[in-house]
Design a protein around this ligand. Structure first.
Ligand code: 5GP
Ligand code: MN
Length: 360
């Protein structure tokens, strides 16, 4: 729907950003510059972040498809495999690993990627690329691009991707609409979290009208579990611990837990929603010790605590209500350190872990 002025503005009259941020409205010169750069790019590389989620995959596939429609060559590079529940978005398997890429690019385009640490093995590819455009909604974004369009108020990067598609005058087909709807739905917890704005919902309506297959998205993203991943949920719930007078809940999985359930790290996606769903919990944590000597930590908040600051204390980042980090050390030690920091952030003096189930 090129030329739709209303839709070309991702946020209407709502300010795009929080305190201390530069306001980047679509009418701002930097937005025009960005659109001009993208429109001029003949060969464009779209870069997914590691452990890609629906927002990353959805934005890049949709924008790549639209760019091809206006004569650019667009290639999507995936430093990590696409998780099984998102593969339906890429039926032609056009997301390629970094070592399968050849040729040069005029431009690298990033969506949903807060910093260059988050592109893993794709990083060396950037050396020969003259321009980087960074489009994101993480407040912690490091502004690594030549042009940075960072709008933390956007519930999902999918909103910014749709604005870009509109501004470029690209047509939106059912497949791109499905990819962008998946981006919005996954980043907003199926339109349940407070990052779901009126803009998010009106964009979702528009995407549905453009042919987004919402039933397919629902089935593939949330209802296509393997037996192993259900077993992993059972195992994870066995480890549930509650702390800080009921305001802090956590679960922890080891490499053995994953192996026993025949699961990979991607199967832990969404598990942090179980401790988070407990009534009274303010901060939820999931610890996954899947590689030796380090622990992946996912953090969620109901609002009182800024978990991106908590993750930041362990060299991670993210959003105020959803953040993560990877911490060197053994599971028990990392767990104790992160829980101590979480207790402090909660202002809790209660330090007795209630063993709801068998904890380790
Ligand atoms: P998840 O817990 O689902 O892995 O990540 C939640 C949010 O935190 C995502 O928005 C992601 O961008 C961010 N995040 C997760 N891990 C890291 C990390 O190690 N560094 C940074 N900067 N952000 C992270
Ligand atoms: Mn996102």
């Amino acid at each position: 729907m090129a030329g739709d002025r209303e839709a070309a503005s991702p946020h209407g009259n709502t300010p795009l950003v929080g305190p201390g941020e530069v306001v980047l409205e679509p009418g701002e010169p930097i937005w025009k510059e960005l659109v001009g750069m993208v429109a001029d790019g003949r060969r464009i590389l779209l870069v997914l972040h590691i452990r890609p989620d629906g927002d990353s995959v959805g934005c890049s596939l949709a924008v790549a498809r639209c760019l091809r429609g206006i004569g650019s060559q667009a290639v999507v590079v995936a430093p990590d495999p696409i998780p099984a529940n998102l593969r339906f978005l890429d039926p032609d398997q056009e997301c390629v690993p970094p070592d399968r890429l050849s040729g040069s690019f005029d431009l690298a385009l990033f969506f949903d990627c807060a910093d260059l640490e988050r592109i893993g093995d794709a990083r060396p590819l950037l050396r020969g690329i003259p321009r980087i455009i960074n489009i994101d909604h993480h407040p912690s974004n490091r502004r690594y691009g030549d042009v940075n369009y960072v709008a933390p108020r956007a519930g999902a990067c999918g909103e910014l991707a749709l604005a870009l598609i509109d501004a470029l005058g690209c047509a939106l087909d059912a497949r791109s609409a499905t990819a962008l709807y998946a981006a919005l739905a996954t980043d907003t917890g199926s339109f349940r979290y407070e990052n779901t704005t009126a803009v998010t919902l009106s964009m979702a309506a528009r995407l549905r009208q453009a042919g987004a297959d919402v039933a397919l998205i629902g089935r593939e993203v949330w209802e296509s579990r393997s037996l192993g991943s259900l077993r992993l949920i059972r195992r994870a719930i066995e480890t549930l611990g509650v702390d800080a007078g009921g305001e802090l809940a956590w679960m922890a999985l080891t490499a053995e837990d994953l192996a026993e359930a025949a699961c990979g790290p991607a199967d832990t996606e969404g598990l942090v929603d179980y401790p988070r769903s407990l009534r009274g919990v303010e901060v939820a944590a999931l610890f996954v010790a899947d590689s030796p000597g380090e622990v992946r930590v996912s953090l969620r908040s109901q609002g009182r605590v800024d978990v991106s600051a908590l993750a930041g204390a362990f060299a991670g980042g993210g959003h105020a209500r959803a953040a993560g980090c990877t911490v060197a050390g053994e599971l028990a030690d990392v767990r104790a350190r992160v829980l101590a920091a979480a207790r402090l952030a909660l202002g809790s003096t209660a330090h007795s872990t209630v063993e709801v189930a068998r904890t380790r």
